[in-house]
Design a protein around this ligand. Sequence first.
Ligand SMILES: [Ca+2]
Ligand SMILES: [Ca+2]
Ligand SMILES: [Ca+2]
Ligand SMILES: [Ca+2]
Length: 518
Amino acid sequence: MSRKMASYVLGFFIFVFSQSPWGRVANSAALPPLANLQVNEAHPGDNPAETTMAADPTDPKHFVAAWIELTDPTLTRGVIGYASTKDGGSIWRSALLGVPEFPILFDPSIVADSRGNFYLTCAAADINQQFVLLESHLLLFKSTDGGRTFFKTLDMPALDFSDKPFLAVDPATDALYLVWGDSLPGSGFRFSILFSKSLDGGVTFTPFQVISHQTGNADAEGAIPSVGPNGEIYVTFGNLNNRVWLNRSLDGGATWSSKDLVVNGQIKQPPRTLNGNIGNLEFAANAVDRSAGPHRGRIYVVWPDMRFDNPDILLSYSDDKGDSWSSLVRVNDDAVKNGADQFLPFVNVDASGAVHVSFLDRRSDPANVNFALYLATSTNGGVSFGPNVRISDGLHPPGSTGFVGDYNQPAIAAGRIHPIWADGRFGDFDIFSASVSLGDFDEDGVLNDGDLDGQYADHRCTGGQTTSCDDNCPGIANLAQTDTDGDLVGDACDNCPDVSNTAQSDLDRDGAGDACDP
Ligand SMILES: [Ca+2]
Ligand SMILES: [Ca+2]
Ligand SMILES: [Ca+2]
Ligand SMILES: [Ca+2]
């Protein structure tokens, strides 16, 4: 949430502290692959959105998620919703976290340390009925009981307005790194990026350092930290317009680059409000390869960009700690210039070095309103992405508020990725997740990389072959791998199953490929 948005969001308060009993959402015991699992407990009139999830390094089936729980239809009040699962995501137990002195909490970020403690940060604000900001703080909570309860360990007054804190942990040392936005005195209310760390499990934090160097009228917003294999700290942020920057510390946060490294300076920013009144704040995200694979240490950055005509997800990577950046990769694989919005990207790198980009996508709705969560995977270090897989179980509408959040952060553990997002399938927003096998998305027994050459979707099954080849429709179970037209796209996916069209272009997005759609 930006200050500009906050001035719109924070108004007409009648203070009500919100606290729900510990609720439970039980999903089906026998989960089909790619089942969508509700994470939140629905409260009438609520609008949860903006999600973050962390995995417990000591238990691969234990995850804790958090989101903003907007508790007023005018988006003027909110608490943090959070939930935990101990069975890999079929049963989630949720609760609300409120602080009496702050009518709205927002921008949650959650991480876990190597001992299974969870840390949750968020911004907090109070504002009067004339829309004047009375108080703004940065909060951090810790959970030592697996995400069942949280207690506050940090309550830091803002310089002006604390915005979008985000956390990272160095898994080798349990150092906790916190970044956020605020405006410095004399800056004319332009945001800078601030940094602080804790070396004692979130009990004490160092005085903040300013780590962004943008000049002129540029805001620096949307900071995301990550930690490289040798303890490097990388923080990306942008001006929410045409630039994404990176700053880094190679000494555990003591010193930072004296100037911001440009990840990309030619971004064409998608609209701030997408069709259907969906807020779209253009945050970039980053992740570092900590695997033992060939791209160990590579930094990946993703962001929304419409330079190719409409909002896409683009990626660039660096092998030299951010000094230089690769040429662009378009992550989403729908037809260029088809008018479909992709938005809210996040990137994770798994233990094998595969790169997973998740985002919201309207490619299958010609009206460009309803969306689904998609996953795009690269097994060649981000050089190219395989067939995008729809994780949502259909296209779903935005909720009544249009606030889908500014980010959705998945978690990976034990060979499975757990994307998390909000959609309005039940009317107002609810939070959903899925537990997705990284080796066999649809769990039909035909592996994504069935020929075991390390590359996803490079030798796809066809001609009756079902073994020693890569799944030809990796997001829909198709054990027979039938491919009538032999174009390497299985009939289960093929938008022209009788006409060879490997690229699957469908410019009018009606589900019939251009090759067979006169
Ligand atoms: Ca499969
Ligand atoms: Ca392969
Ligand atoms: Ca085919
Ligand atoms: Ca078509």
